[in-house]
Design a protein around this ligand. Structure first.
Ligand code: CTP
Length: 425
């Protein structure tokens, strides 16, 4: 996972060069010829560390490419793309957040996703389960985010929009009050530089926090003697996965002839930085990555009745929103068969290991067939794919999380009572 740094500036500020890179990247990603050229010319260009300005001065770039890039430069100056700044906490990232990022991207050409700093969030909303750096890695892994800006303020200002080069701010149709109870976006709204999209019903950090707290509560041998108890959820909405929603999230593509198809399955419950590391590595092993998502009863059998915290539809949408993933296998089989590998044209089955020494790696019986076919490859990651560390964090600050849940769940149900139902984009 790479992280860019801005020397001597607040981490979320972008300089003009970085903004230019995003602009050109946007232009190129919409044009197949330019995309091919960019691929040929420079990996740095694709990773947005170089702009076409730099390109014209690099020695190993041929004249034809230089000319083409000059042309792009001219065109892009003629039609300036609209830059959107959408921010949030994105704690326990979920399909509502990803759907918000998807909608915000549609409001312009380039999407900057601001990730509020821990300090700011703690003041206005209470503790987070994941810290700023982790939340930023998760938001930047979303395929609709052009860039995630780490550690942004909870209340954005016009100056902030100008500093990051954004034309508009964007947020869901729920009001986000600051620590003084005032709408965080009022100043931006007053200047006509705010765009609003539809909040996704039935999924929220609060809802997931409630599920986690209840799971922890009923697992604990000795019942907690916390002063505050988890209130029953007054929320009136369920998350509904429609075909339309799946279609919005899907990349809608098949592997092309000659592409190397790799496959990795898992639970993918409560997305965390370990998952992103694993998926990024998995994608680097081939051209097309299928990610298998186990069904709920299978996970329950393996891990106990409180798991998974996110149901299969929620986990599938999360995985589809990530830029390393080409497609998912929904409710994938536990045992990998030759038939399954044939039907998806899988060249290599990947399996996670925390062991560096290959002699110590043991193959799970469910992977015997790919192993026998010599189509099994181990993927090393220092991270584990389980989420016990999140449960431990929750337990270590349980009283505060319960307090946050009780306050936020009432606010959220008020939102549902008052919400108008504009359509999504
Ligand atoms: N959002 C959304 N649908 C949801 C949850 C969040 O559209 N179900 C949007 C918010 O409107 C905001 C962005 O996602 O524009 C980031 O939300 P965030 O600041 O993380 O906080 P919350 O709105 O509080 O999310 P949650 O209620 O899940 O804590």
């Amino acid at each position: 996972m790479s992280h860019s740094s801005n020397h001597g500036k607040s981490p979320f500020e972008l300089n003009q060069d970085q903004l230019n890179c995003l602009r050109y990247y946007d232009l190129i990603s919409k044009n197949n010829d330019l995309k091919k050229l960019a691929e040929r010319v420079s990996a740095d260009f694709q990773s947005q560390t170089l702009s076409p300005n730099d390109m014209t001065t690099i020695e190993n770039v041929d004249q034809e490419s230089k000319n083409l890039f000059s042309e792009i430069l001219q065109k892009s100056n003629e039609s300036k793309p609209v830059v959107i700044y959408m921010d949030g906490v994105f704690d326990i990232i979920h399909s509502g957040h990803f759907n918000a990022i998807r909608q915000a991207k549609k409001l312009g050409d380039i999407l900057l996703v601001g990730v509020n700093s821990d300090e700011e969030v703690h003041k206005s909303k209470g503790p987070t389960l994941m810290n700023t750096a982790e939340r930023t890695i998760l938001a930047s892994a979303c395929k609709w985010a052009d860039k995630a800006l780490e550690g942004t303020p909870y209340t954005p200002t016009i100056e902030l929009l100008d500093k990051v080069g954004a034309d508009f701010g964007a947020h869901g149709d729920d009001i986000a009050p600051n620590e003084n109870g005032v709408d965080c976006y009022q100043a931006i709204k007053d200047k006509g530089r705010m765009k609003i999209f539809k909040r996704t019903s039935g999924v929220s950090t609060t809802e997931l926090l409630g599920r986690l707290l209840r799971a922890v509560e009923s697992q604990d041998e000795k019942k907690s003697n916390e002063k505050e108890e988890i209130q029953s959820t007054p929320i009136l909405s369920n998350f509904l996965t429609t075909g339309w929603r799946l279609n919005q999230f899907s990349s809608n593509k098949l592997p092309k002839t000659g592409q190397k198809v790799v496959y990795l399955d898992g639970n993918w419950d409560l997305l965390h930085v370990g998952h992103i590391d694993i998926l990024e590595k998995a994608k680097s092993k081939g051209d097309f990555l299928y990610v298998g998502v186990f069904n709920d009863s299978l996970i329950q059998k393996e891990m106990g009745r409180h798991y998974p915290i996110m149901n299969m539809q929620e986990r599938v949408l999360n995985i589809l929103a990530l830029k390393y993933v080409d497609d998912v296998v929904i409710g994938c089989p536990w045992i990998i068969t030759e038939n399954m590998m044939d039907s998806l044209n899988i060249d290599t089955v990947l399996s996670l290991t925390n062991k560096k020494d290959s002699h110590l790696i043991q193959t799970h019986p469910r992977l015997e067939i790919p192993k026998k076919l010599n189509k099994l490859e181990f993927l090393y990651s220092e991270y584990s794919d389980d989420n016990q560390f999140l449960i431990d964090r929750l337990k270590s600050n349980k009283a505060e999380f319960i307090r946050k849940y009780n306050i936020k769940s009432i606010k959220e149900s008020n939102y549902y009572i008052n919400a108008k139902q504009p359509s999504e984009i």
